[in-house]
Structure formats: C-alpha cells, structure tokens
Design a protein around this ligand. Sequence first.
Ligand code: CDP
Ligand code: CDP
Length: 194
Amino acid sequence: MRFTVAIDGPAAAGKGTISRAVADRFGFAHLDTGALYRAVGVKGGDPVAAARGLTPEDLARDDLRTLEAGQAASRVAVIPEVRQALLDFQRAFARREGGAVLDGRDIGTVICPEAEVKLFVTASPEVRAHRRWLEVGGDEARVLAEVRERDARDMNRADAPLKPAADAVVLDTSEMTIDEAVAAAVRHIETLRG
Ligand code: CDP
Ligand code: CDP
C-alpha cells in the first residue's frame, strides 16, 4: 500500500507535532524534511557538497533544533543544487510501501505532487513565535523577528517557495490545542482514505 500525507507550512505551525501523531495513528513512516536542510545548514563548508554527502550522523546532531540552525537551513534552502541533492531521497521515502507522512515546505508542491493527502498547516506569526519561544527561551521579540525573516525567505525564493498546493486543505491552528489540530488532521485523512 502506498499512501502519502504531505504536510507543509511555515515555522512552528505544528507540522512536526501533527505528522508524528498521524504516523503513529496510521502506522506510517515519518520524515521531517526540515531536518535535512538544518543538517546541511549547520555542517558548514560547501552546502552543495554537504547535501550530496549527508550522513545519518549529520541528522542525529543535537543542535539541529536551535534558532541558528533554522536560519542556516533557510539560507541553504534557496540553493537549487542543494534542493536537487535532497530530492530523490525524499521522493523514495514518500512512495515507500506502508504509507508515509512528510513535513516541510514543498512536499505537496514539488516533492510529492501526487500525494493522496495535502495539508497546509499554519497559524499567525505571533502564535507560532510564542510556541517556538516556549521551546527555545530567550527574547520572545527576537524569536518573532526570526520567524518572520525565515518565513519571508522561504516564501520569496525562486525554487520551491513555501505556498499551499492548489489542492491542499489549509488548517489554521492559531486557536487550536494540539489535540484539536491532530484530531482535525486525522479526520481529514480518514475521509480521504476511505
Ligand atoms: O514542525 P513545526 O515547526 O511546524 O511545529 P511543531 O514543532 O510541531 O510545533 C511547535 C511547538 O508548538 C511545539 O512545542 C508544539 O507542542 C506546539 N504546538 C502547540 O502548542 N499547539 C498546536 N496546535 C501545535 C503545536
Ligand atoms: O520546524 P520549523 O518549521 O521551524 O523548520 P523546519 O521545518 O525544520 O525547516 C527549517 C528550514 O528548512 C525552513 O525554514 C526552510 O527554509 C527549509 N526547508 C525547506 O526549504 N524545504 C523543506 N521541505 C523543509 C524545510
């Protein structure tokens, strides 16, 4: 059985939380594609070479979830050769036997346009920054500025910009608890899965 759930959206919208819950609920494999770009960003050196030579150890680094890694990821993510180097791995993952959920920015638009389910998860910048601030601490205004900066870079790049696929369902989680957001995603998938 091949069944792909594509979950895209801006920073700290709840993509990862929803993806993990969906993978758990339906027994699908989960790929956090942001981790690939974060790993390339923090590796340093030539980003194209880093993307081509990405290893499991690179993906296991414990500094991938920092604000700096997020910024570094979005800077390397504008480079078409970096995106190209990560494409085949993501496509193969999406169509693996047993079902897959991938979360990122371009899953429904570029990586897997044929995905059976496409969700675009979003929330206001203030809500998203507050959620991220609860995770990383520091100055909340700075976290909001970084979220806005990263969103703008992701939306305005030429190659695979962040935007909902034409056939994506938009889920605004600004006013939702995690449980409500997960329940909405699960309901939607159940409807399409039959
Ligand atoms: O993957 P993405 O960056 O889109 O977001 P996430 O890591 O799933 O969620 C960011 C933070 O917001 C996590 O700490 C979640 O627990 C929290 N969250 C929330 O408070 N309410 C939601 N409806 C979704 C996520
Ligand atoms: O968890 P959060 O939403 O904050 O970020 P992430 O999903 O880990 O992605 C980090 C950065 O990688 C994003 O801001 C994008 O620039 C880039 N990215 C991308 O270009 N395409 C993807 N499919 C996933 C991430």
